[in-house]
Design a protein around this ligand. Structure first.
Ligand SMILES: [Zn+2]
Length: 494
């Protein structure tokens, strides 16, 4: 049976963060463990495996490594992971192509374009003839180096990312067309001179839905193999930061460039719609309390829970997950019936000492740095101690099935709940709460530390959503940051 190798190294690096992403931060699997961990998931890796099988190929698993978004990847971690990938490819049985999952916004201490450097090393090692089809996250900051060193790029078309398995399947199918049908991909990149604010990166609402519709329509052209629009990741201060269009055609470079330029122009033309007018924490909590008051009126059409989106502490964008900006305001305005999840390993240990039912007085959150508020005093009873593992079987952002937020405790504070975790956990699955016995639908307010990605999980249960402009490593307004390495001029900085 013919073989295609599969592997991946994935990280989204927030260059404004002082928390480096070292080797220990990565979870990595190889061999059969890769099939077990990723085969049944909604991740592109699951799509690679299924896609190859559909076309009569078998997949050979190499390294799959990923880490929660945080600061730059250390050189040590990058070298070790890349070397492992290369060694495993060298040791693999004879294979005809490589399906590789990268993120596209990985920044390494010595390599601002980390993903491009992975591909450059693979080309140096295995030559230009090996077909390498690469999937990238919708938040990729695509570089010329990535385009030059890959056979084809296939980028998620959704945010929240719920099409990852589909993109893996698409990459698998394209690989088979290359290997069996003599298809010859040529790709072109175009980038408008702009950053696209994270608030406008929802692909199911304007303005981005029109861009993705145009990309899907373009894929119906007989010579177009893949049409990609990436929103980019504005929290990486690198030359390539910002949205990208990559069009892959069958041996038609002019068509690829023309169409990439056309979609890039469409992106550039949406800039007038990108206004920012969100409430701060005090205004948002006041509004949430008033909404909850209305909900208690039986004649009201309003529904709970009210979701307070803490944009400045977007864990999936590299923030620490322990911001107390909204919690402090909830306490100050005497809100009730809310749930907030904080990364606070020290608080978890204090709760374990007190035991289930024990009374605790704690200062929670605000411990990672000085950008996300200060520790907030709470007093309550430990309701639950949990190992922090949960399973998500539905297609949710990130496509993962097995999650581990580390030892976790739930503290009841009046009729509100403060959840403390020992690991940073992105809020992309309601199982994060359900596994702790918390009925999310019955809460009056839920604080969610995210930007857009949480919507796949929370939109179906949300009564109201209030996006809140809070400070932090993922503050919604890019003017909060000092950019040095992006290309200039760049909208909206200039
Ligand atoms: Zn993403």
């Amino acid at each position: 049976m013919k073989i295609v190798a599969i592997g991946g190294i994935m990280h989204e690096s927030n260059t404004f963060s002082d928390t480096p992403t070292d080797f220990a931060a990565f979870s990595h699997t190889s061999g059969d463990a890769l099939f077990e961990g990723w085969g049944e998931t909604h991740h592109e890796m699951g799509g690679f495996i299924q896609g190859a099988a559909q076309h009569g190929y078998t997949t050979h698993p190499t390294l799959m490594a990923s880490a929660t978004p945080a600061g730059r990847v250390t050189d040590d971690a990058f070298d070790r992971l890349t070397d492992t990938l290369i060694q495993q490819l060298k040791a693999a049985p004879k294979y005809e192509g490589l399906l590789l999952a990268l993120h596209g916004a990985m920044v390494v201490e010595s390599y601002p374009d980390g993903d491009g450097e992975v591909l450059r090393r693979l080309r140096t090692e295995f030559g230009n003839e090996l077909p390498i089809v690469v999937t990238l996250d919708h938040h990729a900051n695509v570089s010329e180096q990535m385009v030059a060193n890959s056979t084809a790029l296939v980028i998620y078309k959704t945010n929240p990312h719920i099409d990852q398995r589909q993109r893996g399947l698409q990459a698998g199918k394209l690989m088979m067309q290359i290997l069996q049908d003599g298809v010859n991909p040529t790709q072109a990149l175009a980038k408008p001179p702009m950053l696209l604010n994270i608030l406008y990166q929802n692909t199911s609402t304007p303005p981005m839905n029109a861009l993705l519709t145009a990309a899907r329509q373009l894929e119906e052209h007989p010579d177009v193999l893949v049409a990609n629009v990436a929103a980019g990741y504005p929290y990486a201060d690198v030359y390539e930061a910002g949205p990208s269009v990559v069009v892959v055609t069958n041996d038609n470079p002019q068509l690829a460039q023309n169409e990439a330029d056309r979609l890039s122009e469409m992106l550039w033309n949406i800039r007038g719609q990108l206004t920012l007018d969100l409430p701060d924490a005090a205004q948002a909590v006041k509004q949430a309390i008033s909404l909850v008051g209305e909900i208690s009126n039986p004649d009201s059409s309003q529904q709970s829970p009210v979701i307070l989106v803490e944009m400045g502490d977007n864990i999936g964008g590299g923030s620490p997950g322990d911001s107390t900006i909204i919690l402090a305001e909830l306490m100050r305005q005497k809100a009730s019936g809310f749930v907030v999840v904080l990364y606070d390993a020290e608080g978890v240990q204090r709760c374990i000492q007190a035991g289930v039912g024990g009374e605790v007085s704690l200062h929670v959150g605000g411990k990672s740095d000085n950008r996300h508020g200060t520790p907030v005093p709470i007093h309550g009873n430990v309701r639950l101690i949990h190992d922090g593992r949960f399973i998500e079987t539905e297609p949710r952002h990130g496509g993962q099935r097995y999650h581990n937020q580390g030892l976790t405790t739930v503290v009841a504070v009046g009729d509100s709940l403060v959840v403390l975790t020992s690991r940073r956990q992105t809020p992309f699955s309601l199982q994060q709460l359900y596994s702790l016995g918390i009925d999310a639908t019955a809460m009056q307010m839920i604080v969610v530390k995210a930007a857009i990605a949480y919507r796949a999980a929370y939109e179906p249960i949300a009564g109201q959503i209030i996006e809140v402009d809070t400070p932090g490593l993922t503050a919604v307004n890019p003017l909060h940051f000092t950019y040095r390495d992006v290309r200039r001029p760049l909208f909206p900085l200039d």
